[in-house]
Design a protein around this ligand. Structure first.
Ligand SMILES: [Zn+2]
Length: 457
């Protein structure tokens, strides 16, 4: 079983089971201090000027500690969580976004690495991921204002935040073992939000939900480094020039007016043992050949620490998998971690596996690149495929403009209309895709999330 939240599947598959993911949003349980022994380093990810925005600017630090403060029944009856506070830098106008990722190699079933923050508000994006034991977690915290689930710099519900204020943020990591240390990483953006981003409010009035949020036009264009890593043998067209139509499709999706982020592409090819061409496990806690973690480790030397790393392989055995991100959100600043990139699978996009993709297959390939890239940069699926029956808040994204299709099942056919409960299939972050079914939409609010990622400059 793996987290469907991380992946994109072809429409014909229904093999993906949901993970249990309690208390996704608005979790305000208190946490207690715990002693920590940490090894921390700090580096600036770019020599570029903060004002010039010629490259991403962010700080990266990592360390380890052992969580000790017990929270009884945190993961369910008899399943104790152990908490440790991370001292994080403040977020504010100059440093508007914070990402925290943590790993613990525990073996406790039905648990995960989790986070809590000590100020009022919500995590806009947070992820528990991994395979059987959910050993990797990540979250992204924004400074800003929004009518819904972003961060206020006053108390929750404050509708008139002061944009000059700074929030002192404490993040607690919760993990199921107090006998094992955990590794954590913290990334803080170093480029101030634009005034337009600071004052952004979501569209709540467009009657046609398929168009809601689509009229936003950002006044400035930003950039994002995108590093394509082709594992040798992935496809006859496995090169930057070979998938130019797919790259153009991703650029079209990210540069549209609601987002206005221009991908700056680099590419490389790596030669690995042939077994790396097939993804057989979504496990991030493994370095085994065929696992997601193994692929991320094996391609470390080709990864860039200042880019979205997209790794292209040939096929998979998980079941209809078009692509997979190593987190919602991933972690920039260090190569080879369990959250250092995303995977795209060639054969799943092809009518005939092993052949060069035709034009429509490249369109789908480009949409998968944008979709998994969206996950890695912090976007959830608009809805999960089981939202129609459950309508649980943790089975949809935390933003307000994207429609939440409530049909059963949630699929391209049932969700391609205009009402709040039957639209959204054309969104890039819809959980399924299909050759010939264009999915061009990202809303202004989704653009807001993407534009706030520390890699975007
Ligand atoms: Zn997905």
């Amino acid at each position: 079983m793996f987290s469907q939240f991380l992946s994109r599947v072809v429409i014909i598959t229904s093999l993906i089971a949901p993970i249990s993911c309690a208390a996704l949003l608005g979790n305000n349980k208190s946490s207690e201090d715990s002693s920590s022994s940490l090894l921390s380093l700090l580096l600036l990810a770019s020599a570029g000027s903060r004002s010039g925005n010629t490259a991403p600017v962010f700080s990266f630090s990592e360390g380890s500690l052992t969580p000790t403060s017990a929270i009884a029944n945190y993961y369910g009856t008899g399943l104790t969580g152990y908490s440790a506070n991370l001292t994080t830098s403040s977020v504010g106008p100059s440093n508007p976004t914070l990402i925290v990722q943590a790993e613990q190699n525990h073996a406790v079933a039905s648990t995960y690495v989790d986070f809590q923050q000590s100020i009022s508000g919500f995590f806009l994006t947070r992820n528990v991921s991994g395979s059987t034991s959910n050993q990797v977690g990540s979250m992204m915290h924004f400074y800003g204002r929004s009518p819904v689930n972003y961060t206020w710099n006053g108390s929750a519900g404050d509708s008139t935040p002061n944009p000059a204020a700074t929030q002192n943020l404490t993040v607690a990591v919760i993990a199921p073992s107090n006998a094992l240390s955990l590794t954590y990483r913290i990334v803080r953006s170093g480029i101030a939000a634009t005034s337009e981003e600071s004052s952004f409010t979501a569209d709540s009035s467009t009657a046609n939900f398929a168009l809601r949020g689509m009229s936003k036009s950002w006044g400035s264009e930003k950039k994002l480094n995108v590093n394509l890593i082709f594992v040798s043998g992935c496809n006859p067209s496995g090169s930057e020039s070979g998938i130019s139509t797919a790259i153009d499709r991703m650029k079209t999706l990210y540069t549209q007016q609601t987002v206005r982020i221009r991908p700056v592409i680099t590419s490389t090819t790596v030669s690995l043992a042939a077994a790396y061409l097939t993804l057989t496990s979504s496990a991030q806690n493994s370095t085994a050949v065929g696992s997601l973690g193994g692929l991320l480790a094996a391609t470390a030397s080709a990864q860039r620490t200042d880019a979205l790393n997209i790794i292209f392989i040939k096929n998979e055995t998980i079941g209809g998998l078009l692509g997979m991100s190593s987190g919602i959100v991933g972690i920039p600043g260090k190569a080879g971690t369990r959250s250092s990139g995303m995977v795209v699978v060639f054969d799943t996009h092809l009518g005939t596996p092993g052949t060069a993709p035709n034009s429509s297959e490249q369109q789908l390939l480009g949409e998968t690149m944008a979709h998994e890239g969206g996950h890695w940069l912090g976007l959830w699926h608009t809805v999960e495929t089981n939202y129609g029956s459950s309508q649980n808040i943790w089975n949809r994204d935390a933003i307000s403009e994207t429609p939440f299709c409530q049909q059963t099942p949630v699929n391209l056919t049932n969700c391609d209309f205009t009402a709040s409960n039957n639209s959204g299939a054309r969104n890039v972050m819809f959980p399924a895709g299909q050759t010939g079914f264009n999915q061009p939409d990202l809303t202004g609010e989704q653009g807001w999330v993407l534009r706030r990622h520390p890699l975007v400059y």
